[in-house]
Structure formats: C-alpha cells, structure tokens
Design a protein around this ligand. Sequence first.
Ligand code: HEC
Length: 119
Amino acid sequence: MSSYLNISLSALLMASASIAFSAPGLAASKASIRQNADVDPRGQVLSLSCAGCHGTDGKSAGIIPSFYGKSPEYIESALRDFKAGERASTVMMRHAKGYTDDEIHLIAQYFGTVWGKNK
Ligand code: HEC
C-alpha cells in the first residue's frame, strides 16, 4: 500500500511538472530569463518551480495572489515569514520550507527585478 502511494505521488508530481512546463507561460519564461541576464541565473532556475501558480513574473493565475511589481525585499520577507510559519498560508509554508535562506534570497532577487525588465 505504501509503495502504491509513493508511485502515485511521483506520478502526480511528474504530471504537475509537465503541466507547468507546457503552460502558455513557457515562451514568456524564456524571454524573462534572457532579459534578466544580469541577475544570478540560479535564482531564475529556482523561480521556475513557482511559475505554475505565480507565472514567470509574479502575475499569478486565478485566486492566487500576484506579487508582480513587488520589491525583492518584500518577496524575501514574505517567503521567510511563510517558512517560519509566521504568516498564515495554505500552500506557501510547504513551498518556502523547501528552500534555504540563500535560495530564498536568490528567488526574491529574480522575481523582485524581472518585472522592471519587462516594461
Ligand atoms: C501550488 C501553487 C503555488 C506555488 C507552486 C507557489 N505559490 Fe506562492 N502562493 C500561493 C498561494 C495560494 C498563496 C497565498 C498564501 C497561501 O495560501 O499559501 C501564495 C502567496 C505567495 C506570496 C505572497 C504574495 C503577497 O501578495 O504577499 C509570495 C511572495 C509567493 N507566494 C511567492 C512564491 C514563490 C517565490 C514560489 C516558488 C518558490 C511560490 N510562491 C510557489 C500558491 C503557490
């Protein structure tokens, strides 16, 4: 039973990864990465895991809050608060816990500056 659950979970993760990467945002994602070449590329790669919900630049889908146009400081502090459980969340605490503080910094630098490059 437990191995069945493990298989289902990895199938689900693979399915959600392919949805994220086949989304219409893919072209925009490539463009953002090119246009944001002066930001550490590790932040751009780490930020791809957020794109399924928040888009490639923080303009989020549906009911998910957008953070397009917010500063790197705002995004970093939000992620640290989610990670620490100091800010109420449904999914963000789980996501934020998966990153070191250095990685959160890199992600915040990427999302906090990419919108300025797309004007
Ligand atoms: C499964 C969808 C999902 C993914 C993936 C996801 N988020 Fe979120 N995000 C949410 C939701 C939903 C909220 C609202 C808080 C909550 O309920 O967890 C949110 C809130 C936020 C906020 C606060 C926005 C504000 O206005 O203050 C930030 C910043 C954020 N997410 C950044 C990220 C980053 C960076 C990643 C990737 C590391 C990420 N999110 C991945 C769904 C997601």
